[in-house]
Design a protein around this ligand. Sequence first.
Ligand code: ATP
Length: 370
Amino acid sequence: MATTRPPQDRDSQMQDQHTSPPAVDLRGVTKRFGAVTAVDRLDLTIRSGEFFTMLGASGCGKTTTLRLIAGFDLPTEGQILISGQDVSEVPAYQRPVHTVFQSYALFPHMTILDNVAFPLKVRRLTRAEQRDRAMAALDMVQMGGLADRRPAQLSGGQQQRAALARALVNEPAVLLLDEPLGALDLKLRKEMQHELKEMQRRLGITFVFVTHDQEEALTLSDRIALMQGGRIIQLDTPANLYNAPKTLYAASFIGETNLIPARVIGHDGDTGLVEALGRTRRIEGLAAPAGSAVTLALRPERIRRDAAGEGPEGRLVGIDFIGTDLRLTYALADGTSIVVREQNRGTAIPAIGETTRLGHDDGDLHIFTT
Ligand code: ATP
């Protein structure tokens, strides 16, 4: 591409985040379809140069939010700014964004080169410019050698690369990606995840990514907005979202977790006392009255087999051999089922029926009242 911006290093991208206006700014955005509120009073600032992901279960409003940014739908209420400019009145084709869909949306009768050059043709660039910039975009996604093929002559991964090249050819300020890897098989999907992230780092373009796949979101993103019912319930880095979920929903949606029912048994001043996993826990600031049900969340990889410890005794009732990991399911005396995940270090696999004590650090236990 003749005018491709120079690759930025990570530091200068970070600097940009503080000096340039946000890539996308949603202010009190609501979208209603008849009686359905798909997006509910959303305030969201996406920084320039970040890989931002909207994550959530089907129907949470993530695609609608993306379509509002793209301009395919208009908000019922609220304001949308892109790079500091209010785009509420700007039609989709004039917004400085490009959307990549799961379905690739390539023209089947055109070569890959013509597909990628198409947005430049619409802008009436000269034929030489169209060709040069389309070839440069194809090179960027390692597709330069396949420029003369038609979409049907390419694999799914190659078609998605071509769709990405077409998205990049206009050098959008923001690239919107709606489950772009959803149609690929698992191995290719992992490869493309790596490439996408690499490309985003290199180009410094803001990526706004939509997925329902929590592992994909954790792998790719600088920040993740976890959505439910048209609202963001936690906006955080992948590590914080995983290690310090703020709600029971976040704890159970992101990664595997043991959810253990327990009860408040009393209080000591401001500190609530909860009986769980064979011990009384002191939970500062827990106001729920005695007798209330609470849920403890504990990640499987934070539990260890600890025969000499004081944790509750569990009997092994299930083994999943995952290759890199062992996933062991234990039954406690009260019937609670606890999953333990440990790295496969080649040591002997325990046998079904074996008992052991299960230990964990208190800091790894999260308590939720609802
Ligand atoms: P998925 O992962 O299934 O695409 P999503 O999180 O992207 O789900 P949206 O597509 O944004 O969710 O939909 C949010 C809500 O709005 C859903 O209840 C959906 O049925 C509704 N909805 C979305 N588009 C329309 C429409 N054009 N007309 C009516 N209701 C709609």
